[in-house]
Design a binder for this molecule. Sequence first.
Ligand code: ATP
Ligand code: MG
Length: 467
Amino acid sequence: MTTISTKVESKDLNGLSLIAAHSHISGLGLDDNLQPKENAQGMVGQIKARKAAGVILKMIQAGKIAGRAVLVAGPPSTGKTAIAMGLSQSLGAEVPFTAIAGSEIFSLELSKTEALTQVFRKSIGIRIKEETEIIEGEVVEIQIDRSITGGHKQGKLTIKTTDMETIYELGNKMIEGLTKEKVLAGDVISIDKASGKITKLGKSFTRARDYDAMGPETKFVQCPEGELQKRKEAVHTVSLHEIDVINSRQQGFLALFSGDTGEIRAEVREQINTKVAEWKEEGKAEIIPGVLFIDEVHMLDIECFSFINRALEDDFAPIVIMATNRGISRTRGTNYKSPHGLPIDLLDRSIIIHTSSYSQDEIRTILSIRASEEEIELSADALALLTKIGQETSLRYASNLISVSQQIALKRRSNTVDLPDIKRAYTLFLDSDRSVQYLEEFSSQFIDDNGQVTIGEKKNDDKMETD
Ligand SMILES: Nc1ncnc2c1ncn2[C@@H]1O[C@H](COP(=O)(O)OP(=O)(O)OP(=O)(O)O)[C@@H](O)[C@H]1O
Ligand SMILES: [Mg+2]
């Protein structure tokens, strides 16, 4: 492989499912000094953890923290995932952010280490600077001759700057491009000479008077000066993983759309690493360490953890943020217990952020933010009861009741969710505590770990299959 391609047209849409419950969050809600505000960008309370996340945000932005691990630990529904999502949004689109749930690593198609390698490399951005040649000017005239059979097209494009004017012969591809972009005389356009990509920059000021019916969004620009052909520095950012995929198989970037990338050979990655390091030396590329967020990290096993330990020391390492709600628990794949179910050596490398339970006021505020995010109107009584439920069960359970209660309210043709709707929803859907209670009461009617179950009154001795 001598040349390495880095152009991708579109990015895959991974990890969308993690976001819906957090759609109200648009950042960490920090002020200019990175101090958390009580209620901003959809984020409420959890001040200490958000402050810590703010410090990490700053370090990531300064490129100082690659190769480190952060663990967000705390009880269920205390905003661990929410904080990671907020961090991702505060980072902006330039810094790669990959979110996965621990269990996603276990798939039939990829080995655990391959799956982890891919997500690690998805979290490293490479900003590539390239000189491109462009033609930029104001369109004077486009002339297209269609052949009678309709197949072959020919044409001419007259284009000018304030200093010169040239006529270019057009082939099929350029004609299609111009038609697709709806380029007309008077438009200022830019054509990438290598790819033939046409970009409309706006309408020329000199032609402003020629149009009397124009939308408010019409943009006017000056007719360019000087030469028609220019060299321009273009910058694009891709992830290491994207470079791997484009250069690894015949189907190239198409695999990015299907997500079916298969295993990528180690030698391909080595060549790419060498090339990227070279580009960095030459000042052609810049490496942007991004963030790999592994939610529910206790789902990983000991092999994954030791892989992470090693990968953190790699030249191209992102910052790894993990979240877990486990206390002292067994590390999968071993018989020993450790804090948060993480092996001690990985814990040792991690800085730990704790989240804690919410106060009544915070729960009320978060629930009302969720309701307005889902465009659901709650009466004051309904919100008060929901808050109480949130305190006694969990924030997530209360939050889930919002949309269920709305369905119940709609059934009695009301647009506002009121007290009885919440009560009804509460009796229809159990929270985990009541579910446990129920299980304890009726345990014999469920299939147990040994496949034993009692149907009706008598004990069933036949083993039933569980799946
Ligand atoms: N501080 C907060 N501000 C606004 N919304 C929050 C906050 N904390 C949590 N939420 C919302 O409450 C719900 C539950 O929080 P989240 O899923 O982040 O909990 P978690 O700590 O990841 O829980 P688990 O351990 O079960 O994964 C989500 O919808 C989340 O967006
Ligand atoms: Mg979570």
